[in-house]
Design a protein around this ligand. Structure first.
Ligand SMILES: C[S@@+](CC[C@H](N)C(=O)[O-])C[C@H]1O[C@@H](n2cnc3c(N)ncnc32)[C@H](O)[C@@H]1O
Length: 280
């Protein structure tokens, strides 16, 4: 039973971090000619209407993309991110927000390929319709865990695998670790980007610990939080755990998110945290 719908959360602060990370990695991969295989294990619907009742019900995008929409200037990665979202909002007001598959397609090249997995019966047709005619893209109405395992290593040996579950089921915290281990065994040079929510401090510590125990090398964690009060209910932070990150990623994300905290979240308790979970 899939009850999570990303339409309620699109464009929130967690998407902001996830999608600038995705842009930065895709652009890094684009610096070399070899084809890139992108795999999105949990693709969602592909694009979201911020004026529909789902988005308005939570209003979460107000704490994400809307925070920087009208700022006069931004550092380069955030400026690029906003400019890309602006192409979907040509009239200037923020009404549409894209998902991870759109950012990937927009930042990858002609020679690259995208595999997008989505299980939800309502979101899958929306996803498929969005990429109709894009010959680089294959959409799978399938379990992203199984599908991604079947697709690595890619022939070009260059790949980015984004894993973005909703963690509705608590066993997912262990499942993602087991899955990364299985993928890494087949494709140790791929770049992996795992999203996680900060809801429960204990669960997050366990995730970091379990990842360290895998023996996988070069793991970095990047986290953007709205506040550190773990007593308050709900998601108050979110992060990306990246295996084999581009060597500039930590600095690039840090400069952009710290700037954003200073200019758009000043005095709110928002924070930026990075951890080198495993080195060389
Ligand atoms: C957090 S949303 C994805 C958001 C998207 N990655 C983005 O950034 O725009 C998670 C999605 O995964 C889907 N999903 C859940 N379990 C899945 C599975 N095992 N395989 C594929 N999709 C799954 C859900 O239906 C939901 O649409």
């Amino acid at each position: 039973m899939l009850s999570y719908r990303h339409a309620y959360h699109a464009g929130n602060f967690a998407d902001l971090l996830k999608h600038i990370t995705l842009i930065a990695i895709a652009q890094h991969l684009g610096k070399k000619a070899g084809a890139v295989q992108y795999i999105d294990t949990h693709a969602g619907a592909g694009c979201y209407n911020l004026t529909d009742e789902k988005a308005l019900k939570t209003g979460e995008f107000a704490e994400g993309i809307a925070k920087l929409w009208a700022l006069p200037q931004l550092p380069p990665l955030l400026a690029d991110y906003r400019a890309q979202v602006a192409t979907l909002n040509p009239k200037g007001s923020l009404t549409r927000y894209p998902g991870s598959p759109w950012f990937a397609a927009n930042n990858l090249r002609e020679q690259d390929t995208l595999a997008l997995c989505e299980l939800h019966n309502t979101d899958f047709p929306l996803l498929k319709a969005q990429f109709k005619g894009d010959r680089r893209v294959r959409c799978f109405h399938a379990d992203g865990y199984q599908q991604s395992l079947a697709m690595v290593p890619p022939a070009s040996k260059r790949g980015l695998i984004v894993i973005d579950p909703s963690y509705e089921v608590k066993t997912e915290y262990q499942k993602v670790v087991n899955h990364l281990q299985a993928l890494y065994k087949r494709f140790a040079t791929g770049i992996y980007a795992l999203w996680y929510p900060v809801v429960d401090a204990g669960r997050l510590q366990q995730l970091e610990y379990n990842l360290k125990q895998t023996g996988i090398k070069r793991i970095q964690l990047f986290e953007f939080g709205l506040h550190r009060n773990h007593e308050m209910p709900g998601m108050h932070g979110a992060g990306m755990i990246v295996i084999n990150p581009p060597w500039t990623l930590k600095q690039q994300l840090g400069e952009n998110i710290n700037w954003l905290i200073e200019h758009a979240y000043a005095g709110t308790g928002a924070y930026w945290r990075t951890v080198d979970i495993a080195g060389e």
